[in-house]
Design a protein around this ligand. Structure first.
Ligand code: T4K
Length: 403
């Protein structure tokens, strides 16, 4: 437990609790000797991209790991979405959450599709068949679900809805590697799922992504769209792109796959520190992103109830940042409130708006230890126990508590 006084907090000129910034994100670094060996081989071969041996190996190993027919690696998670939409040859409207990273929705716009925003369930933060059903019209062509925080997005309900209404179902599984639904790994749901291997993700290729499907014909189309000319993928598709993963990315990915169980176990220990300590915080709920399933524990999410917590979410966020704890407020402000969508959007998404105002993500990942997680918890507890004095000092310093 910290023994500091309020005036010693980073916010009031004291030294930050952490000398180095602690970000939200895995930021995995592979073993140096192993990385050197694999990069020496790339340089020896002088084969850097265009479906090289490491990309092909990663495709194969990911398909086996995710227990799915095909895994097709690409440049990043955003390109994975764009390739998926073109490979499915979708037109018209697609139902999608606004409570997601902008890339989910922007990929629809890039593919010439119209996003129709769906609100989310307050417990899981995901869209459901009950919420999406009333939005289906004769212009709807697909539903793009997102497994937010790695928690599966109503696969049974959405599968049934899409089958009944003749819609394609695809998933943005950017957060979902190593997570399950009813014991089945994310990767095999819907027609196609897309993953992100960004440096901040638990499985990192620095940048990277992949598409997974059990449909052989769709996999051929995906491989065709991924490559801008005809050397790979003979399927007849309307538009292609350069979505190729490089050998350097695949090398990182293969090392990350070997280390994935260890990284998940590490995240789990940190996540559990937060979970246990948050149980004592007034007006703060630790969101159970695992939901009783296997999880990668990549996101530690707090929900701050403005009516019961002595400090506002944004005040906690700012206080933590002055201690070098780079907490995040995903997915504020909600994609419906950002260009190019905000001018046209006329609906209401009360749960999305509420989550955007209440959620706070704490650091998890390779740079975080259980000791640093405990110190972060000490800080939050200290803030809550000394909230009145903190608010008073902030007012004196000319700032108000954030609304
Ligand atoms: N769908 C969903 C649901 C997604 O969440 C995402 C991406 C996508 C699709 C698209 O996938 P990609 O095209 O990105 O593969 C981060 C990531 O950039 C983004 O990949 C991720 N979702 C999102 C949830 O988080 P930012 O802009 O909030 O964080 P960023 O990149 O600024 O980094 C976070 C912290 O990590 C910062 O404090 C800086 C630090 N950092 C970051 C990098 C990249 C480092 O210290 N070292 C680094 O190399 O988006």
């Amino acid at each position: 437990m910290i023994t500091r006084r309020v005036e010693d907090l980073g916010a009031f000129g004291g030294a930050p609790a952490f000398a180095e910034p602690l970000p939200v994100g895995q930021l995995y670094v592979p073993d140096w000797d192993k990385a050197e060996a694999v990069f020496r081989e790339i340089f020896r071969r002088r084969y850097f991209t265009n479906h090289g041996p490491l990309v092909r190996e990663l495709d194969k190993r990911l398909a086996a790991y995710l227990e799915v027919g095909h895994a097709v690696c690409v440049t990043n998670g955003t390109v994975a979405l764009m390739v998926a939409l073109k490979a499915l040859d979708l037109r018209g409207e697609v139902i999608v959450p606004a409570f997601t990273f902008p890339a989910t929705v922007q990929s629809l716009t890039w593919a010439g599709l119209t996003p129709v925003f769906c609100d989310v369930d307050p417990a899981t933060h995901n869209i459901t068949a009950d919420l999406a059903g009333p939005l289906v019209t004769d212009r709807t062509t697909a539903i793009l679900g997102v497994h937010v925080w790695g928690r599966a997005c109503d696969p049974d309900g959405l599968e049934a809805l899409c089958a009944k209404r003749g819609l394609a179902l695809l998933y943005d599984a950017a957060h979902g590697i190593d997570c399950t639904y009813r014991g089945r790994r994310i990767g095999g749901f819907g027609k196609v799922e897309t993953f992100s291997f960004h440096a901040t993700k638990v499985f990192s290729a620095a940048e990277g992504g992949c598409l997974t499907t059990n449909d052989d014909a769709l996999a051929d189309r995906i491989r065709a769209v991924r490559n801008f000319h005809l050397t790979e993928g003979k399927a007849n598709v309307s538009l292609r792109i350069n979505g190729k993963m490089t050998e350097a990315q695949a090398a990182m990915g293969l090392l990350a796959l070997d280390d994935l169980p260890r990284n998940v176990a590490h995240n789990s220990s940190i996540w559990n520190v937060y979970r246990k300590r948050a149980a004592d915080w007034r007006g703060v709920r630790f969101v159970d992103t695992a939901g009783g399933e296997r999880s990668n524990f990549q996101y530690a999410v707090l929900e701050v109830d403005p009516a019961n917590c002595p400090l506002q979410r944004d005040t906690l966020y700012r206080l933590l940042r002055t201690e070098n704890v780079l907490a995040r407020r995903y997915f504020m402000p909600g994609v419906h409130r950002t260009p190019p969508y905000c001018d046209e959007f006329r609906g209401v998404l009360p749960v999305t708006d509420s989550l955007c105002a209440r959620l706070l993500q704490l650091p998890v990942g390779a740079a975080v230890t259980t000791d640093s997680a405990s110190t972060i918890c000490d800080l939050v507890q200290f803030y809550l126990e000394n909230s009145e004095e903190i608010i008073q000092r902030m007012r004196q310093a000319g700032g108000q508590q954030d609304s």
